[in-house]
Design a protein around this ligand. Structure first.
Ligand code: SAM
Length: 270
């Protein structure tokens, strides 16, 4: 069956007797106009593979299968959805369905070559998954991900913004990130308590190496752990004022005013 001949997502959920489970962070997008728009913002894929984490009832999956993705690989933790997702498989070998925890899978075992990530992420694991994909051994060529609006704003925040913190520094040291779409809570079934936003990230070609990223995580944890203190004090255990001076960063500055380049220099000197 082609994705356009399929019964509606709501009818499919009813036919399988499926309800959203809170423990899996399930808030579904049942409007295919919305999922198609997300896929348009994520593409074009030009025959490359796409991984979707948490396909649930498959609204985003249907839009991905209509796109120019060469292969669509699903990773879903809730086994209840696997039979329903299998109905999307037309047998042409383009769709792969993996039942598993996205935090634990090794993406390099699932796909070859440049791969996009497109997902409406479960809120409870969205941030650790983003960190895994931006700092781990396997990185996609682009990521188009739905987060709670507040998390999306923390990813793209600039120095001086209230939301600027560890997540902004790590995300922007490794990728170019921008918010490409806002969605109200009412767009989801069941609606979550907060609004959402889609972030598009393109990993940098000059991503810092793994050991520098580890040091960046240590520096940002210390600096933002006491964000109102001057760096000479919050970074004391890592070298304090001397470290700041070697990195060309004002020891009297507070973490929230130091840009990503400044944090990378601090990490280099640690
Ligand atoms: N993509 C669907 C949509 O837009 O309607 C569902 C999105 S829902 C916010 C999150 C999905 O992620 C659910 O299907 C949930 O079962 C799945 N999920 C939760 N934790 C997961 C994990 N650790 N690994 C893989 N999938 C997970």
């Amino acid at each position: 069956m082609s994705p356009t001949d399929l019964p509606s997502l709501r009818a499919t959920l009813d036919a399988h007797g499926l309800m959203a489970k809170k423990s899996f962070g399930q808030h579904f997008l049942l409007d295919l106009n919305v999922t198609r728009k997300i896929v348009r913002l994520a593409g074009p894929f030009e025959g490359r593979a796409v991984i979707e984490v948490g396909p649930g009832p498959g609204g985003l999956t249907r839009a991905l299968l209509e796109s120019d993705a060469g292969r669509v690989v699903l990773v879903e933790k809730d086994a209840r959805f696997i039979p329903l997702l299998s109905e999307l498989d037309d047998g042409a070998g383009r769709l792969a369905i993996i039942e598993g925890d996205a935090l634990k899978v090794r993406e390099a075992d699932l796909v070859e070559g440049p791969t996009h990530l497109v997902s409406n992420l479960p809120y409870n694991v969205g941030t650790p998954l983003l960190i895994k994909w931006l700092t781990g051994p396997w990185t996609p060529c682009a990521l188009t991900l739905m987060f709670q609006k507040e998390v999306a704003e923390r990813i793209v925040a600039a120095p001086g913004d209230d939301d600027y913190g560890r997540l902004a520094v790590i995300a922007q040291a490794t990728a170019e990130a921008r918010i490409v779409m806002h969605l109200p809570a009412a767009a989801f079934t069941p609606p979550p308590k907060v609004a959402s936003a889609v972030v598009h990230l393109v990993p940098r070609a000059d991503r810092p190496p793994a050991d520098l990223l580890k040091r960046l995580e240590r520096v940002t944890a210390a600096a933002f752990g006491q964000r109102r203190k001057m760096l000479r004090s919050s970074l004391k255990a890592l070298g304090g004022a001397g470290l700041c001076e070697r990195a060309g960063v004002d020891p009297d500055a507070r973490a929230e005013t130091v840009d990503v380049a400044g944090f990378l220099r601090l990490a280099q000197e640690v």
